[in-house]
Design a protein around this ligand. Structure first.
Ligand code: GLU
Length: 295
């Protein structure tokens, strides 16, 4: 009797799942697929594994206003976080099942390689050097390197202002702006100060330890917005920084899935909505999603 009742409950559960799967909006499944909730994914794929686990670990920044900033509720918020949520949603994973880990610039590849993050969405510039260790979906945004100075500073007007050798600039270890600024420095040893995260550079600028902070314009705009009247950009962007979503090297099916997800979000309004709710609060140039690179 007991066994029969259990069997009936199990059968009902299977039926419910089956019905939910039929009602799903994903058509990538086939025979031998497993499903959870309303999504179905091909067996053996990362999408199926994450969907079945009903959990995803997303690496992001915790101290960058507008892109990834940890709030009082302990959760990060920002454009990158919203992009991560869109990917999770397409995987059939609800928001409260996303685990966020902090991925400062220098540890992003390592966190992906070790499998500690399923994806990294963290103002992460796509480049060939990084592609030797991981893969990128996207780009989903194109930023550019710039320089932040105190609002009353007229002595720094662009990267060439560092050539005289008397100005100190701060950036973050393992970041592309830290590497790129070197060519403008007369004396790297005395002029370049590196920390693990950008808030430490902002502190160093406030205390007078450095004269400027360099990284992507949108990161700097976030700090300008949060410190009203205190800082400004010193000039124009002088690089292009296409932001990608980092994932394990060689996982082409997952990369394709994320690229498809981005394209879907570009066209159904979710991308624009994500921007307007976050970085769009201080940067009113609403981006049109850049063409993804299916290399
Ligand atoms: N986009 C640059 C990079 O990926 C700078 C921003 C950052 O450090 O996250 O290195």
């Amino acid at each position: 009797m007991r066994i029969t009742r259990m069997t009936a409950i199990a059968a009902a559960a299977v039926l419910t799942l089956g019905v939910a799967a039929c009602g799903g909006d994903d058509d990538s499944g086939d025979a031998g697929s497993t499903d959870t909730g309303s999504k179905t994914f091909e067996a053996g794929t990362t999408m199926e594994r994450l969907n079945k686990a009903q959990k995803i670990v997303i690496g992001t920044k915790f101290d960058q206003p507008g892109f990834g900033l940890k709030g009082l509720d302990g959760k990060p918020a920002g454009f990158d976080v919203e992009i991560g949520k869109i990917v999770a949603d397409e995987l059939g994973i609800p928001e409260d099942k996303i685990e966020y880990i902090e991925t400062p610039s220098a540890v992003r590849e390592e966190k992906i390689e070790k499998g500690e993050a399923d994806i990294v969405v963290a103002t992460y510039t796509i480049n060939d050097k990084r592609k030797e260790r991981i893969d990128f979906a996207g780009p989903y945004y194109v930023a550019g390197q710039n320089i932040l100075v105190k609002a009353d500073d007229t002595s720094i007007t662009g990267p060439d202002s560092f050539k005289a050798g008397d100005k100190k600039v701060c950036s973050v270890q393992g970041s592309t702006p830290a590497a790129n600024i070197e060519q403008y420095l007369a004396n790297k040893g005395s002029q370049l100060v590196l920390f693990d995260v950008y808030t430490k550079c902002i502190d160093a600028l406030n205390s007078g330890q450095v004269n400027a902070v360099t990284t992507d314009n949108v990161i700097l705009l976030g700090f300008i917005a949060r410190n009203e009247g205190k800082f400004k950009l010193a000039g124009e962007n002088f690089t292009e920084e296409p932001y990608g979503i980092g994932l394990k090297k060689g996982d082409t099916a997952f990369r394709t899935f994320i690229n498809d997800t981005l394209e879907k979000a570009y066209s159904d309004g979710r991308y624009e909505g994500a921007w307007k709710d976050t970085a769009g609060k201080f940067d009113d140039q609403v981006p049109t999603g850049p063409a993804v690179n299916r290399y």
